[in-house]
Ligand binder design. Structure first.
Ligand SMILES: O=C(O)CCC(=O)C(=O)O
Length: 191
């Protein structure tokens, strides 16, 4: 494990090449993966990636004006979450899966700071498939980090990262292979 910045840690490979390919294929077959609809600039736009949200409890996830219903938490999600919990020393109850078909799919600048995620969300991010660039920039504009998220890797963001920084997966036209990312989170039911 390598510390990358305050409260941000990276494990280069928590799974072998063969295990990562197997997980990629099992996750890519999830029929719940769909292009979502987000509200931006007064318009409804399709997300430039496929998404699927899974939670141990039937709590939906709301962000950018869309509500993702909780799909069942099925294997191999429990298996992967167990490994992530052992390595990070935190527990989680949900995961957002993002499938990027190639480098033209992306994820715009945002922070995972919805109130359902609690005060200082701990987010554990596992990647399978093509290596993609993950960018972080501080809200105040004085800090920036660029991280390559490789096949079978784990990244942990904790502390005040979601208040201090925004993050994104930019388009990378040279990337032709797909990638699946899982962000494990703890979601709290709102009253
Ligand atoms: O695909 C990634 O690595 C980032 C995913 C992400 O930003 C998110 O799920 O909030």
């Amino acid at each position: 494990m390598t510390p990358l910045a305050e409260h941000i840690y990276y494990w280069e490979s928590i799974y072998s090449e063969a295990e990562s390919v197997d997980y990629f294929n099992r996750l890519a077959s999830f029929t719940s993966l769909k292009q979502g609809l987000i509200h931006m600039f007064g318009k409804q736009l399709k997300t430039p990636r496929f998404e699927s949200f899974h939670c141990i409890h039937p709590i939906p996830y709301r962000y950018s004006g869309q509500e993702l219903p909780a799909s069942p938490f099925i294997e191999p999600l429990f298996e992967i979450m167990k490994r992530v919990e052992e390595l990070t020393g935190h527990t989680y109850n949900s995961v957002l899966i993002n499938l990027y078909r190639n480098g033209m799919d992306s994820n715009g600048w945002h922070a995972d700071n919805e109130k359902e995620l609690g005060k200082n969300p701990v987010i554990a991010s596992v990647s399978f498939g093509a290596e993609r660039t993950f960018k972080l920039k501080s809200i105040t504009g004085d800090k920036a980090h660029t991280i390559k998220l490789g096949n079978g890797s784990l990244m942990l963001m904790g502390g005040n990262t979601q208040h201090e920084y925004k993050h994104c997966i930019p388009k990378e036209p040279k990337v032709i292979e797909p990638r699946i990312n899982l962000t494990f989170r703890t979601i709290f039911e709102q009253q």
